[in-house]
Design a protein around this ligand. Structure first.
Ligand code: PLP
Length: 383
C-alpha cells in the first residue's frame, strides 16, 4: 500500500482529468493548426482550456500562454523581461525561490544584470521593509513566490503588490505551489506575470501556463511557429492542455475543501508534537499553505527517515540536498537560519485533497517507532 505525502513534488492526476484527455490521445488527434474537422476539434479544445485556466486565475483568456510548466514560465519571464527592457538591469528575488529562479538569475548576472536577493526571517517570512528599500529606478522586475515549495510559507502578496506597483517595477509571481491550496484572483491583484504548473494540482506533467498581463510585450520565447500568437512556437500539446484546463476547473470547485486539508495537517502536527520529543516545525510561525508540514527531527538524518518511511510505502521528501557529496540543509532551511541539528533531520510532508484521515493515522502510528529506532542507532543521540 502506498501513502503518498509528497504532493508538493507532484500530484496524482485526477481521474476526471484523464477522462477529459483520453479522446485527444485517441480518436481526436488533429493538429490544432489544421483547417479540417479534426484540427477544428483540437482548436476548440484549446479555446475551452484557455477559458478554464483564465477563470481559475481571474484573468482574460488572451492573457494565458500555454507552456510546459513552472520552469519554463520562470525562464520565459526573466529572459523576456531582460530582453524587452535593456535599460533596466536590476532584478529582485528572495533567497528561498525555486532553483529555476536562482539558476536564471545566475545567467542574468553573467549577462551584466544585477540581482538583489532578499533574505527571510526564521519563519521563512519576507522582510517587506528590505523589499521596499531595494526597489530602484532601474529595477526591471521583482520576482517572488506565492508559497514556498519546502516550507509552505506564504508571502503576503497583497502587500508586495502595493509596494512594487507603487514604485513602477514589474512584478512576477511564481504561483506553482499556491494554486489549489490558497485563493488567488488576478482581477484584484495587479501582478504582471504569473506562472503555474499542471502537475502540482492534479493535472498532467509537462503542462503549465504563463499569465502575461495585457499590454506587456515580451519577445517570443520559442521561435518557429505561429502558435500561442507567435510567442511560443511548436505544435500544441492538445491532450496535456485539455488536462490542464480540466484540472483548473476542478481547482475552483475544490477550493472549499482546502480548510479541511489544513485541519488534517494541524492534527498531524499536534499529534507528532505530543508523541515525539525534539521536533521543530519550520515556518510554523508564519502563514502557511494548509497542506505542508516541514518538520525537523533533532539529531536525525532526513534521508534515513525518508528511506524507513519509503520501505513502508510512505512517500515524503527531505529538506536537504547533496551538493558536494556531503549532506547540507537545503537553501531554504539555510536562509531560514534553521538550527543545524534540526535542519539535517528535516522531512517535508505534503497532503492533497485526496489524503485521508486513515492515511494520516497510519503514519502517526508508525513515525514515533521509526524515530526512536533511528535515534537509538545513532551513536550521537543514543541515550
Ligand atoms: N516553482 C516552484 C515553487 C516549484 O515548486 C516548482 C516545482 O517543484 C517549480 C517552480 C518548477 O515547476 P515545473 O516542475 O513545472 O517545472
Amino acid at each position: 500500500m502506498i501513502i503518498y505525502l509528497d504532493n508538493n513534488a507532484t500530484t496524482r492526476m485526477a481521474p476526471e482529468v484523464l477522462a477529459a484527455m483520453l479522446p485527444f490521445l485517441q480518436e481526436s488527434y488533429g493538429n490544432a493548426g489544421s483547417a479540417h474537422v479534426l484540427g477544428l476539434l483540437s482548436e476548440g479544445a484549446l479555446v475551452q482550456s484557455r477559458e478554464q485556466v483564465a477563470a481559475m486565475l481571474g484573468c482574460s483568456p488572451a492573457e494565458v500562454l500555454f507552456n510546459s510548466g513552472g520552469t519554463e514560465g520562470i525562464n520565459h519571464t526573466f529572459r523576456g523581461v531582460f530582453e524587452a527592457f535593456p535599460n533596466q538591469r536590476h532584478f529582485i528575488i528572495s533567497a528561498v525561490e525555486h532553483p529555476a529562479v536562482l539558476a536564471v538569475c545566475e545567467w542574468l548576472k553573467s549577462q551584466g544584470a544585477e540581482v538583489t536577493s532578499l533574505g527571510v526571517d526564521r519563519d521563512g517570512q519576507l522582510d517587506l521593509a528590505a523589499l521596499a528599500a531595494s526597489i530602484r529606478p532601474d529595477t526591471a522586475l521583482v520576482s517572488l513566490m506565492a508559497a514556498n515549495n519546502e516550507s509552505g510559507v506564504l508571502f503576503p502578496l497583497d502587500k508586495v503588490v502595493q509596494l512594487v506597483k507603487g514604485k513602477g517595477a514589474l512584478l512576477h509571481v511564481d504561483a506553482t505551489q499556491s494554486i489549489g491550496k490558497a485563493p488567488l484572483d488576478l482581477a484584484t491583484l495587479p501582478i504582471d506575470l504569473l506562472n503555474v504548473s499542471g502537475h502540482k494540482f492534479h493535472g498532467p506533467k509537462g503542462t503549465g501556463a504563463l499569465f502575461i498581463r495585457r499590454g506587456l510585450r515580451l519577445k517570443p520565447f520559442m521561435l518557429g511557429g505561429h502558435q500561442e500568437r507567435g510567442r511560443r512556437g511548436g505544435t500544441e500539446n492538445v491532450p496535456g492542455i485539455v488536462g490542464l484546463g480540466k484540472a483548473s476547473e476542478m481547482v475552483l470547485a475544490h477550493l472549499p475543501q482546502v480548510a479541511a486539508m489544513g485541519g488534517l495537517r494541524d492534527h498531524f502536527e499536534s499529534a507528532i508534537r505530543d508523541s515525539i520529543k525534539g521536533v521543530h516545525l519550520h515556518g510554523a510561525g508564519a502563514p502557511r499553505l494548509p497542506n505542508t508540514s516541514f518538520m525537523g527531527f533533532q539529531g536525525l538524518e532526513g534521508e534515513a527517515l525518508l528511506m524507513k518511511l519509503s520501505e513502508r510505502g510512505v512517500c515524503v521528501s527531505t529538506g536537504s540536498a547533496c551538493t558536494t557529496g556531503q549532506k547540507e540543509p537545503s537553501h531554504v532551511l539555510r536562509a531560514m537560519s534553521a538550527p543545524k541539528e534540526f535542519a539535517l533531520g528535516t522531512i517535508r510532508i505534503s497532503l492533497c485533497r485526496y489524503t485521508t484521515r486513515d492515511e494520516i493515522q497510519t503514519v502517526l502510528e508508525m513515525l514515533p517507532g521509526i524515530v526512536e529506532d533511528l535515534r537509538g542507532s545513532n551513536p550521537f543521540t543514543r541515550a
